[in-house]
Design a protein around this ligand. Sequence first.
Ligand code: ADP
Length: 697
Amino acid sequence: MQISKSRASRRWRFVPVSVLFSVGGVCFALLVAWNYYGYRQAERYRGGSFRIGVDHNPPNYDWSPDGGASGFAVDVLNEAARRAGIQLQWVYCPRGSRAAFQAGMIDLWPVGYYRKGEYPILHQTRPWSEDLHAFVWDRSRFTRVSEDFREMPIAVMDRLATRAMAERLFRGAAILAVPSRPGVMQAVCEGKASLAFLDIRTVEGLLLNRPEGCRETRLGIKPMPASTDPLSLFSRKELAPLADLLRDHIDEMMTDGSVFAAAERWFSFSSTDVRQVLRLQEQSRSVRWLMVACAIMGIVIGLLVWLIGNLREARTAAERSRTLQSEFLANVSHEIRTPMNGVLGTADLMLDTVTDPETREQIETIRESAISQLDLLNQILDQSKIDSGVLLLETTPFSLRRLVEQVEKTFEAAARRKGIRILATIPEDLPALVQGDGLRIRQVLTNLVNNAIKFTNTGSVEIGLGAETLNGKISVQFRVRDTGIGIPKAQQEAIFEKFRQVDASTTRRYGGTGLGLSISRQLVRLMGGDLSVKSEPGEGSEFRFNVIVAPARATDQNKPQANSMPRSLAGLEVLVVEDNLVNQRVAQALLKRLGVTVHLASNGLEALAMCRTGFYDVVFMDCHMPEMDGYEATVEIRKLEGAISRVPIIALTAGVSGEERKKASQFGMDGFLAKPINREELAGALASIPRRVSPAL
Ligand code: ADP
């Protein structure tokens, strides 16, 4: 069920990705096809010769028997044809474009009003220019043009498109079609029409060269923006690709300025409208490029989204496998520690009672073997945690001085046995507490001191400590110097590699796995520092490492430290919640020797029932138990009435990962002790609990 649900959600997550990807892909394919089509068309017409018609419509085009075709549109089309690699033959068509097309005289016409769907046998390209019309009138008759055109005689050029436009714009007017452009203006000057309706470029020409009858007339001119009309290139239907190809070249000419240069040649004074058209055309060209860019962006975004989706998927899978791995490691650790707690605890208890030297030695051997097996387990677990990136560092307040003193104390007996001295030099001006992973720092220092004692047969082992504040952080330096066998120069880097020892005989003579220094260096690096060695064979070695810790906040200073206030434990009522019988026995015996009264519960439920009726000074709670685990039991105890709800609960568990510690505190436990149980730690934990509160409270 779970699997199918997650599969379904994965599929949904990929729907927009695949849509985006497909849209991008289709756009890209269209773009490629479009360009390929354009290229094929250009190739198809290259070298061909085509007929293009003109009549009299200056300054766009005109015809003279000697000069042939001339004008703005003629220049532009000739240049476009040259770029397309084709020839244009200009044909004079006095009866206009329609008649010429119908008679099959021409293939193209340079400029015509763009009317979508109006000429079924013709093809019109996208507009490439535009016409603006203006009224011309006699100012001596009226000064302002009326808005009401009804019955008004208006002279227009006798062309189908112009007539149609006039009829559309001037409803009810008496349209007077005149065959020539000068004639249209003359109609006004002679009083035959109230207004002349002409395109503005014609007006320009007629004003410079006034027709007969208009020389003395005071003319008024008013452009009519509503009459702006787009102009396009016309062709026979079957030559549409050729016309579009020429139109594309005109686009190119607009950007490189050659259309504008032609306009300057032919339009005598006002070319602002042309400029405007050119700008518009340029914009349309930019829009095309924008579309291309959008298509490419679409593809890129599609790809990115797809990649991000895949990455997210991979990350989730990696996180899932990391979680599984860390759960597996925690379980392995828990399962090995639980029986080891029995072995070590029982050995400790036997050592307390057995006096026969031979038996004591045998028990010591069992104890030491168990300890080295535990060390090995810890090292392998640490290395796999580091390798799989699941090792988390803790940040808790701890005392540097205490840490070093404890390590020194731990090794005092071992050093004494080997006849060497161990000495820690701790400066006075250390901060009382710092924030960091004290347990990991202790692990590194312990490993170094352990090695130092192991590889030293005479002389001493010195532990040095120093701290300096850097940008609000504290850099702590540790030093472990011995007078032992030393390490050859060539091996001084290699010993930090996994499973590396100075030589193969080391394992036989001194034991070890070659993992300790590698783990130590990686831990130290995780804590912002480094670990290095200086050594001379036969003279000894000095290992140094530094870590970055934070200063402890003022509130941390008030927290009681374990072991910080030794007190009499006699009379304390202690509840041990533990499901494993051997471990129950070990805990009970160890605690009894500390002088406390021990009560036992085999799971959380039993503990809860006992807490309902009895009162205890402290509860040592195993976390993983049948029926009700330690976490749930803690939550339930905290819900009870009276002072028992505030009883100190200390986790006593074989689950030792950072997460387990965090979980214990999140569920309301006050302390944490890792199995195998250490008698000193147990005593320390008991010493630090507050004095008994009256059960009545
Ligand atoms: P292990 O001690 O378990 O073999 P380590 O990684 O702690 O693994 O050490 C790797 C090797 O470095 C040791 O086997 C030993 O050869 C060498 N070494 C470490 N510390 C010392 C030391 N203080 N003096 C001499 N050799 C050392």
